[in-house]
Design a protein around this ligand. Structure first.
Ligand code: FES
Length: 164
């Protein structure tokens, strides 16, 4: 049996003392750097998930004239994000309220005779300021979400959160 000669130039030899050679060291360093970047990126995404930035920017939107919104009336307005907002000219002035019931999300309707909002799903009632007065929303203490109304002369505006 013949043995093949070993070419010493094609094999790397371990460094003295059993340590790692230069190629192994560089390979481990690149791998460690890649892992560090990956973990830092994942950590950054985790922080953004746990502590999302709050969009506090508001946009003022013209919705109509005060002279067109008679006392006791409700005017439905479609916000840029697609939600419907009711602007009420109630006994305490102009109010802007979401039309989504805080109980289970049904659409509330304005009752001009009773000057209140009524939710048809479980007979929830809200006054003209959006305060729950009867039904499941009152039991929960959940009022209609409100939006800021800004009046300038005869012009009515809503201050709404900017849509991203
Ligand atoms: S969803 Fe409005 S009262 Fe239940």
């Amino acid at each position: 049996m013949a043995t093949r000669p070993v070419d010493a130039t094609t094999h790397s030899t371990p460094a003295r003392g059993g340590g790692m050679d230069r190629r192994g060291f560089l390979s481990n360093a690149v791998m460690l750097l890649g892992l560090s970047v990956s973990y830092l990126t994942a950590f950054g995404f985790g922080l953004r998930y746990l502590f999302p930035s709050k969009n506090t920017a508001k946009k003022r939107i013209f919705i109509g004239l005060t002279s067109e919104m008679l006392p006791g009336s409700a005017t439905a307005f479609r916000a840029p994000d697609g939600h419907t907002i009711n602007v009420i000219h109630g006994p305490t002035g102009f109010r802007a309220l979401s039309n989504v019931c805080p109980h289970l999300g049904c659409t509330v309707k304005w009752d001009p005779v009773g000057t209140e909002f009524v939710c048809p799903c479980h007979d929830g009632h809200f006054d003209a300021d959006g305060v729950a007065t009867a039904g499941p929303p009152a039991d929960m203490g959940a009022n209609l979400p409100t939006f800021e109304v800004f009046i300038e002369g005869d012009l009515v505006f809503l201050d709404l959160p900017e849509v991203a």
